[in-house]
Design a protein around this ligand. Structure first.
Ligand code: PMP
Length: 358
């Protein structure tokens, strides 16, 4: 049976990447060692991390005045590192578009000398839409934080709104390398790797140099400036994760780069949204113009039927289709490495289920 992994993360990786990793597993470039066993100070690893950075710079067209950091702690640690480094004694603005935004907001509020203001929210309708941004926002704020793609709720910013001169900080965990945003529209971007980049344990941060903290942070590991000064090698970085990220970046480049892969992502999403629109059984809970092309929730409106669908789907090899425990229903996460055949197979299965249960 073919297994299709619809997981929201850790998520499907390109088969070609896993095959390369497999072929290099026991003896990386005639070193007699696996990448996991290489010193992070060795020239072989230096080449890996440098190549990973160069490829990411090329794929995302990252300008020279931005640092690329390979850190640990997941996107969740960035919820604290961002205000700690950027907003000491200042105001930080947040757009609340879902569960992950809420966690970012509460982490910032937990810091003593950061003032948090939520400038827009879609909580009134269970985060099923992307809210309008007020015309006037405090131009002296340290930053405004947005979650570009809301993994659980299935909404996304199609375009990045204008916030004047306030630097935009983006949690791009679930749609990095799957959008046509421009890096120069952001002050800082962060993403946990385990969706479009590689294995869990690696977090990518892209930060404009002028935003790097001038004053040392009490905990060196949480200090962007120190991490940048040490080229992400202040301590032992997640070496194997960085190696897999490098392979994924090479793979994205071979797919026509971000533009090529995003065109394919749009095609996959459109197939599924069309199937949902044409169905009399399945519905999307998300407002049309706010829909994510990456995480696509759908429901029947009947919890028992959702459960029956999820069980039947699982038996057919459609793994991890169950919606997040906080929202229920189903959710198809169609990350870059998810094959279009998997979407077609799911649609055929949905049609069959509808015939039998509609
Ligand atoms: N932000 C978003 C948008 C996410 O999807 C996730 C993980 N699903 C997180 C933050 C948290 O990431 P981590 O588990 O790497 O801390």
């Amino acid at each position: 049976m073919t297994i299709y992994n619809f997981s929201a993360g850790p998520a499907v990786l390109p088969k070609a990447v896993l095959e390369t990793a497999q072929s290099e597993m026991l003896d990386y470039k005639s070193s007699g060692m696996s990448v996991m066993e290489l010193s992070h100070r060795s020239s072989l690893f230096e080449e890996i991390i440098q190549t990973a950075e160069n490829l990411l710079r090329e794929l995302m067209a990252i300008p020279d005045n931005y640092k690329v950091l390979f850190l640990q702690g997941g996107a969740s640690l960035q919820f604290t590192m961002v205000p700690l480094n950027l907003a000491q004694g200042k105001k930080a603005l947040y757009v609340n578009t879902g569960s992950w935004s809420k966690k970012a907001i509460s982490a910032a509020k937990a810091l003593d000398n950061v003032e948090v203001e939520v400038i827009a929210s879609s909580e009134d309708k269970n985060f099923t839409y992307i809210p309008e941004i007020p015309k006037t926002i405090d131009q002296n704020a340290a930053y405004v934080h947005i979650t570009t793609n809301n993994t659980i709720e299935g909404t996304a910013f199609e375009k990045i709104p204008s916030f004047g001169k306030v630097p935009v900080v983006a949690d791009m965990s679930s749609n990095i390398l799957a959008n046509d945003y421009k890096v120069e529209d952001f002050g800082l971007i962060y993403a946990g790797a385990q969706k479009n980049i590689g294995p869990a344990g690696l977090t990518v941060v892209i930060v404009r140099e002028d935003l790097l903290n001038k004053k040392a942070i009490f905990a060196p590991m949480l200090d962007y400036a120190l991490q940048a000064k040490n080229n992400s090698l202040y301590n032992t970085p997640p070496t194997y994760g960085i190696y897999i990220a490098k392979l994924v970046f090479e793979w994205v480049k071979a797919q026509g780069g971000v533009a090529g892969i995003t065109a394919e992502d749009r095609k996959k999403a459109q197939l599924l949204y069309d199937a949902i629109e044409n169905s009399h059984l399945f519905k999307s809970p998300v407002e049309k113009k706010s829909r994510s092309i990456t995480n696509i929730p759908f429901i029947t409106g009947d919890e028992d039927l959702d459960k029956a669908f999820n069980q039947a789907a699982l038996a057919q090899g459609f793994e991890n289709l169950k919606g997040h425990r906080s929202v229920g229903g189903m959710r198809a996460s169609l990350y870059n490495a998810f094959p279009i055949e998997g979407v077609e197979a799911l649609i055929a299965f949905m049609e069959k289920f509808e015939k039998e249960n509609g």
